[in-house]
Design a protein around this ligand. Structure first.
Ligand SMILES: [Zn+2]
Length: 82
């Protein structure tokens, strides 16, 4: 007679209500994480192909490489209403 092996089952994490946001956009709070290697950030390059910052694909806010906001949701500067 075989003895049944009880192998440990992977337990589900207790919080399964929503996908946890790993890397939220500071403006729209949407997920910027893609996988362990990449984010969903769109790289911004200058004419020399140097990375000058990144763009959030969700709200189109732009940031420089120091993660400082340079364009709020696609708007230039603080213009108020267009
Ligand atoms: Zn965003």
């Amino acid at each position: 007679m075989e003895s049944q092996k009880s192998s440990p089952m992977p337990k589900k994490t207790k919080t399964t209500r929503k996908k946890e946001i790993v890397d939220p956009c500071p403006i729209c709070s949407k997920e910027l994480h893609l996988n362990h290697e990449f984010t969903q950030r769109i790289g911004l390059l200058d004419e020399m192909d140097e990375v000058t910052g990144w763009l959030c694909p969700h709200c189109r806010s732009e940031f420089n490489i120091d993660n400082q906001l340079t364009k709020f949701m696609g708007e230039d500067g603080m213009r108020g209403e267009a």
